[in-house]
Design a protein around this ligand. Structure first.
Ligand SMILES: *[C@@H]1O[C@H](CO)[C@@H](O)[C@H](O)[C@H]1NC(C)=O
Ligand SMILES: *[C@@H]1O[C@H](CO)[C@@H](O)[C@H](O)[C@H]1NC(C)=O
Ligand SMILES: *[C@@H]1O[C@H](CO)[C@@H](O)[C@H](O)[C@H]1NC(C)=O
Ligand SMILES: *[C@@H]1O[C@H](CO)[C@@H](O)[C@H](O)[C@H]1NC(C)=O
Ligand SMILES: *[C@@H]1O[C@H](CO)[C@@H](O)[C@H](O)[C@H]1NC(C)=O
Ligand SMILES: *[C@@H]1O[C@H](CO)[C@@H](O)[C@H](O)[C@H]1NC(C)=O
Length: 207
């Protein structure tokens, strides 16, 4: 009998038409559109989001997320994006670059306003810093809600952690990397591989 209660609450949760998310802020006239054309809101107070709506995502424009990108170590690389289906906007986002091969995490932006939809990664700075040793390998750009862990599983309209794999090469040792760059939303089937990247990064932190 004990298993029936959770089952009932699960079923009634399914039956309720909207998921209501509240916090302490008192905003009486939140005017929220649940339009997938990336309407960005600045508060998340008392907003009802239809649970069938997709999670919010990042649309990487620079470089095009469908292209294979190689970045020359020492250059400045710009990542530019906009958001899709984002209804419950984070107060800020973090932008990291993770290299699993050398267990490094480069913090490019911390709690950056969602209105600022680009970052510049100065790889020259990273390459010259003894602690941030750049190697020729695959790197993963990760954009995620600054108030949530990078492994966060986003609900409807919330920002899903985004990742994009690209290559960095040292000028003297360019080597084409055979696999095409992949553009993945971390929440989908690629979460496992992202977890491996992050696991490698966190192992580094505890050494
Ligand atoms: C919200 O605002 C209304 C009207 O200003 C006020 O009456 C109410 O007490 C406020 N509630 C909270 C939780 O601050
Ligand atoms: C919500 O937006 C619509 C269209 O912009 C406007 O007509 C309406 O008055 C707004 N409602 C509130 C409560 O601000
Ligand atoms: C979303 O917005 C676009 C343009 O603003 C409009 O053409 C489209 O009909 C809207 N979709 C919904 C579901 O409201
Ligand atoms: C990269 O940007 C930084 C900061 O704007 C600048 O100081 C540096 O010279 C740039 N490096 C290159 C290779 O353009
Ligand atoms: C996001 O970028 C795409 C591609 O440049 C563009 O077509 C679209 O209008 C942009 N969306 C917003 C909301 O700026
Ligand atoms: C990000 O900044 C906002 C204020 O702009 C603050 O409320 C929030 O706690 C900050 N989040 C983190 C993770 O620092």
């Amino acid at each position: 009998m004990l298993f029936i209660l959770p089952l009932i609450s699960y079923v009634s949760a399914l039956a309720s038409p909207t998921l209501v998310i509240r916090d302490n802020t008192n905003v009486s006239n939140s005017n929220i559109t649940s339009n997938s054309s990336s309407h960005i809101t600045t508060t998340r107070s008392s907003i009802s989001v239809n649970p069938v709506l997709p999670a919010g995502g990042v649309n990487l424009e620079t470089p095009a997320s469908t292209s294979t990108t190689y970045v020359k170590s020492g250059s400045n690389v710009t990542f530019g994006w906009n958001f899709t289906s984002l209804i419950l906007s984070p107060t800020g986002i973090n932008v990291d670059v993770v290299c699993s091969a050398n267990s490094q995490t480069y913090n490019i932006a911390r709690n950056q306003s969602i209105e600022t939809q680009s970052v510049v990664w100065d790889t020259g700075n990273a390459a010259n810093d003894g602690k941030l040793h750049l190697i020729s390998d695959k790197y993963t750009l990760i954009i995620y809600n600054a108030d949530e862990p990078v492994s966060y599983v986003a609900g409807a309209g919330e920002l899903e952690p985004f990742s994009y794999i690209f290559g960095v090469y040292l000028p003297q040792e360019y080597q084409a990397w055979p696999q095409a760059a992949k553009y993945v939303n971390a929440g989908s089937s690629n979460r496992f591989s992202l977890s491996l990247v992050l696991l490698a990064a966190s192992v580094y932190l505890f050494i």
